[in-house]
Design a protein around this ligand. Sequence first.
Ligand code: HAM
Length: 458
Amino acid sequence: MRWRDGECDGEMVRSAAKKIERVKGTRDFLPNEMRRRREIERIMRDVATRWGYEEVQTPTFEHAELFMLKSGEGILEEMYEFYDRGGRHIALRPELTAPVMRMFVNELKMARKPLRLFYFGNCFRYEEPQHARYREFWQFGAEIIGADTPEAQAEVIALAHEMLKELRISASIEIGHVGVLRDMLKCICSAYGVSLSDAEENRVMRLIDKGAREQIEDFMRHKGIHEDALNTLFQMTELRGANALDNAYELLESLKSNSDGLRELEALSDVLAAYEVPFTLNLGIARGLEYYTGTVFEIYASQLEAQRQICGGGSYRIAHIFGGYDVPSTGFAFGFDRIAEIFEYDAPPQLKVIVIPVYAKNASPERRKELLKKAIRIASRLRTDFITISDVLGRSLSAQLAYADATGATFAVIIGENEMKAGEGHVTLRNLITGEQKTAHINECISMIHAWSSNKNR
Ligand code: HAM
């Protein structure tokens, strides 16, 4: 029976099965894209390892509670959650900081701190898909557990910067402080005798993150706070660049609010200068996740049309919520897919060899077996040096050469009756680009392939 494009022996075959599409917001990665992605991963992993970070992996799904405790409403609204057959409330991880901290509390709390860990994994958020925003996406992140000093903050920012440098991606690092914004908010409220619950404060922070000024004013009006009182807060969120710190001190002074956060930013700026990492202060960064306590940062790539944020991070404390003790930590996560979008990469050409066994029409089954055995032995010898593929369909020489051409092979190693007679290890090597060919021992053929390849790369 022969199949050809939906036909079987000339008759149309009606497929009973419906074509199944990918789920919205997910992607397939074909070989070329996977090569790019693996290259990015290799570079990031290499930098993280050289900085003394060690790789960890956590499960793709966790108890939903892990993310309900402190990640914030923004994340909860987008969470993929379900009850498994055992009645457990499960969530596909929307991010990796909470899982890594859960793992730290379960497995590593006795380890000497600070601990430097990195990870690469897929995450799931039920967002409205658009360019560079997916429902399944990958994060490459690093956490320094047991330190949130300006030195630790500067180290992780410098690490992210180094990764981008090695990837030859130019991007701008913007640094803010959620502690400053939260303290200001408390100050403004207390002047009106109002105190916000944690949930309410988080809600305002989320609105600041979204830049939703009117919604903040509406919300605060309901709490009895006049919108004029919010001016200093809005002025703070608009501070950027060189004079941001001086102006921020003035704003806090006018409110008599705590300025520890600004001093932390000042210290961080000094350490980052020592790392020679360029950055801009942006006191409007509020971050979508609730666990941040102090310095926060985001990295933007202007090459992306939308969804320019390629990295987010900061200092946080969540271990105590998962049954551990209070461990200050700092980390970040790159949106790997956004990096893949802008990473420029020319995959080096791959030298591929194809082994072509050619059976004589009248060959006995025994002879066919011997020839196949030789082809398999030759292919496995070739694989120690080159990418090698071998026929599995018993096709004719011309069909195999056409396949070699289609798969981009550079050399064919032909094994037929003549090569069987020429002796153990003898094959015909054909250069598929020049058409030259020679019958010789496989070791000599391997040397010829190497010589051709190094000549070509010279
Ligand atoms: P995040 O900002 O929510 O932070 O995510 C980190 C990065 O993941 C973002 O900057 C963005 O590039 C990428 N990303 C987020 N959502 C999507 C999406 N739907 N499609 C494509 N890329 C996306 C965190 O997740 C924190 N855990 C980072 C962290 C680590 N903070 C401390 N340590």
